[in-house]
Design a protein around this ligand. Structure first.
Ligand SMILES: Nc1ncnc2c1ncn2[C@@H]1O[C@H](COP(=O)(O)OP(=O)(O)OP(=O)(O)O)[C@@H](O)[C@H]1O
Length: 285
């Protein structure tokens, strides 16, 4: 559903150039839910803005569903944002409109897509019910909690039945219990509606609940954690998490700093192919 290869985004401010993405690789299957983590400034929001069609990459490849994000006209971009992706921002207020009720704000994207008034009402009520905020249909943002506002924001993002839901720190302004429930709502739409979900988060509690977490370091995908559940001998369910380094198409792998420091691996290293693995040794000279 999503494929990014060697994705680059350079911001130019006067004479200063910032490489926000420096050859990022990412592949997300249809129906998957993936968490994206990384230090502040690592490029998470830049990636999400590109996937949302808000920002354009400088170079590389980026495809979402049938769209090539580097070759879209202005009109394509509008269609893409209206029908293929839904976007939830961190700031609860930025997702909603102060003077519109929840039902009205969910109906807005449907009206833009020329859905009839009757259908709009039915779809808005279905979505608000699916996100457990049916009782907020007549309320404006100021009359709702942060968690309720984010659930309504997810309903807005899903109004036009997008194939991909993108969320940039959707629980960043919420307390732990509320963020767990908003995150659970996202898992529910992923499971029940089959929407592919990419969620940026700082919260390890959140990233620990998805099957795959992608870590971005310096604008590049550096590692992935895959989680699976297994039933132990005593019948208990265990979550097994395994961390993988990510290799790009050219075969490059980033070796974590602590490994490099522990073995004094510097500019030149020796590689050797063994029967079932590759060794990396420091240069004796
Ligand atoms: N519009 C812009 N103009 C110039 N530089 C930018 C712009 N947007 C982002 N950057 C820079 O690009 C880099 C990546 O920023 P980005 O917002 O993607 O990081 P992030 O991982 O989302 O960080 P955070 O977790 O703090 O939100 C940073 O160095 C940032 O200063």
């Amino acid at each position: 559903m999503i494929v990014c290869e060697s994705l680059v985004r350079i911001y130019q401010t006067g004479s200063i150039e910032v490489q926000a993405l420096q050859g990022l690789d990412l592949a997300v299957d249809e129906g998957e839910m993936v968490a994206v983590v990384g230090a502040s400034g690592s490029g998470k929001s830049t990636l999400l803005s590109i996937l949302a069609g808000i920002d354009a990459p400088t170079a590389g490849r980026a495809r979402v569903a049938d769209w090539d994000l580097l070759a879209m006209s202005r009109g394509d971009r509008v269609r893409y944002r209206r029908h293929t992706v839904g976007f939830v921002r961190q700031q609860t207020a930025a997702n909603l409109v102060p003077y519109l009720t929840s039902r009205q704000v969910v109906e807005l994207p449907l009206a833009a897509a020329r859905v009839s008034a009757k259908e709009r009402r039915i779809r808005a009520d279905e979505l608000l019910a699916a996100l457990d905020v049916a009782d907020c249909a007549e309320r404006r943002p100021a009359q709702m909690s942060g968690g309720q506002q984010q659930r309504v924001a997810i309903a807005v993002a899903l109004a036009n039945q997008p194939r991909v839901l993108l969320a940039d720190e959707p629980t960043g302004e919420l307390d732990t219990a509320t963020s767990a429930s908003v995150f659970e709502a996202m898992r529910k739409v992923n499971r029940e509606f089959g929407v592919t979900v990419v969620v940026v988060t700082h919260d390890p509690e959140v990233s620990g609940q998805v099957e795959r977490t992608v870590a971005i370091r310096d604008g590049r995908t550096s590692s992935e954690v895959l989680r699976r559940t297994e039933t132990g001998a005593d019948g208990d369910t265990l979550v097994i998490a395994e961390e993988y380094a990510v290799m790009d198409r050219a075969g490059r792998v980033q070796i974590p700093r602590e490994y490099r420091e522990a073995l004094a691996l510097t500019r030149r290293v020796r590689l050797a192919l063994e029967a079932d693995h590759v060794t990396i040794r420091s240069d004796p000279s």
